[in-house]
Structures are given as structure tokens and as C-alpha cells.
Design a protein around this ligand. Sequence first.
Ligand code: BT5
Length: 324
Amino acid sequence: KVKDKDSLLRRLMEAGGEPVSGQMLADEAGVSRTAIWKWVRELEEEGYTVRSVRKKGYVLEAMPDLLTPALIRRHLKDDPFVSDIIHYESVGSTMPIAHREAQNGASGGTVIVAEEQTEGRGRLARPWSSTAGKGIWMSVILKPDIPPHRAPQFTLIAAVSICRAIRETAGVEARIKWPNDLLIGGRKVTGILTELQADPDRVQAIIIGIGINVNQETEDFPEELADIATSVRIQSGHRIDRAALAAAVLRNIGFYSKIYLEEGFAPIKMLWEENSDTIGRKVNAVMMRETVTGTAIGITEEGVLEIRTEDGAIRGIYSADIEP
Ligand code: BT5
């Protein structure tokens, strides 16, 4: 039932290009036709194109390229995972906002998403380039009932989920570079940053930060990324509906988290290894104090990368940068 601007929008979307009578909307909402017209004006200010057809009513003609709750939810239908979507035009980083929301009682499935980040960051406080309107910069709050040592597995769940979402939405294959990068054509298209709020024996909240380069063209990247970054658009050859891709990512994270919580890590491990760009390769795992060289042979139940070194020993790597 129409009762405000957002429900009016939903109604116009459902009409699928057919005009909806202003009088009918006014009757349904129990407001004047002028009030309906004002909501229409507000939608136009948000970037929607609404045409008014004489004697017939309003037609929704075009939607803005934004990651608003309405535009993401349109692709989620009645998927149960996402509980709340909080959208910002511009933020420093979605991570501290998500931490604050999680502490203030936000439920699992809450999503913080921004069109632009001015201080996006990766691991070890490295900068993350987050150009306005070109990518998906979001933090997803999860509250699974698990011990803290299992939390890194959610980085792998996110990686598998995003691979599948990119495949579904854009038809291109991304490969996972352990632990947290997605590559297409050998260049980085996605970074994942998993952070934790936990007691010694129990996770309070997992915050999964996800940065996906979606519609950048080559010249949109800063110079220092020119040789290492790419976007889904560059790789697929066409513009991508960011809201549809964001929805697919969230739907898949919901789906694979549920599988993980019900069946354990084995199915995720299998999918992860299938999509992995690291397993089977000769790599250098660069850590703070040392570099381990050898062949990546798999990941453990804990998401630890196993490397067989020259002398045949197997080393478990918890955190490192993998270089060829
Ligand atoms: C990551 O770190 O790859 C995790 C990135 C997580 C970003 C998301 S966006 C939403 C949420 N809010 C945040 O503030 N962060 C999360 P790491 O593995 O440390 O990689 C960082 C490195 O990737 C940088 O040092 C650059 O070399 C490179 N890089 C930076 N921006 C990039 C981009 N847009 N595309 C590809 N590579 C990039």
C-alpha cells in the first residue's frame, strides 16, 4: 500500500512501465493528488525520471545509478539475509561506521554502503581507492555464533560469494588470490578486509569490508594502480548495474554463510580451491619478519594457506602478501 515516497517508488517500479493514475494513488494513500505530486518531485530530485502522462498517470522511465536501499532491494526480492541497508553519498570509510553500528546493536545482515570513500583502507592501513559512483564500497555486519579463531573463514566465504556474483551479473570469471584479493586477467578487481569484535571465546560481530571495482574505465584509476587494478566493466566490456551486483554479492554471502553454519567449512573450502589462483603455484609469502618460498598446496579448515617449501616441509601461513 502506498503511504510515502518510498512505497510510491516501489509501486511505480512494479507497474513495469505502465502509467499509474495519480488519483488512484491519492485515494490509496488517503492524501491529496498534490501530495502524490510532491513525492514524485522528491523522487526526481533523487535521480529518478518520472513522466506524467496526461489523463493516465505517472510512469517510471529511468532509475539513477546509485546503491540506495530501494535500488538494491529491487534485486533481492524476498531474500531473508539482508536486514538493513544504510546508504551514504560520501564517507571516510564504511568500516568504522559498521563497527559503531554493530556495537550499537545492529543485527547480522546490516549493510553500510557508500558511493564514495575519501579514506578507504585495506590491510595494514594501506589506502583503498574508492572513486565516487564507480564501485561498490560496503561493509557487511555478521553476527554468527562461532569462536574467534574461525572468523578468518568469512574472508573465504566472501571471496567465493563475490566470485559467483560477478559471474552471475557480468559473465566473467574472477580468481581468488589468497587470502583476500579477487583478480581478473591477473589484475585486482576486489579487495576484502575482515575485522572482528570478539570476546576471548565468542565472536560479537564480524565486519566484512568489500571493495569491488565495477564501472571504472582505465583512466579512472590513479596512476599508481594503472598496472595492477582492473574493473568488471573493463574485463566484461560492458557497463554493470552496480545495484544488481551488490544485491548478488549480498544474496550469495547470505547463502554461503548459511551453508557454512549448517555444514561446516568443507563445501566452502572446495569452492574456494576451485576458484583459487594461488593453489598449485610457486609463490613467495611475504610476512613482516620473513618470506616463505614454495608451492601453495591448499588451505586448511582454518583458512590457513599451506606451502610446501623446497626441503619438503609444509608451512602454514596465517597472514602474508603473496607474490609470484
Ligand atoms: C584489501 O587490502 O584489498 C582490502 C580492501 C578493502 C576495501 C573495502 S571498501 C569497503 C570497506 N571500507 C574500507 O575502508 N575498506 C573496505 P590489501 O590486501 O591491503 O590491498 C591494498 C592494496 O591494494 C593497496 O596497497 C593498493 O596497492 C591496492 N589497491 C588500492 N585500491 C585499489 C583498487 N581500487 N583496486 C585495486 N587495487 C587497489
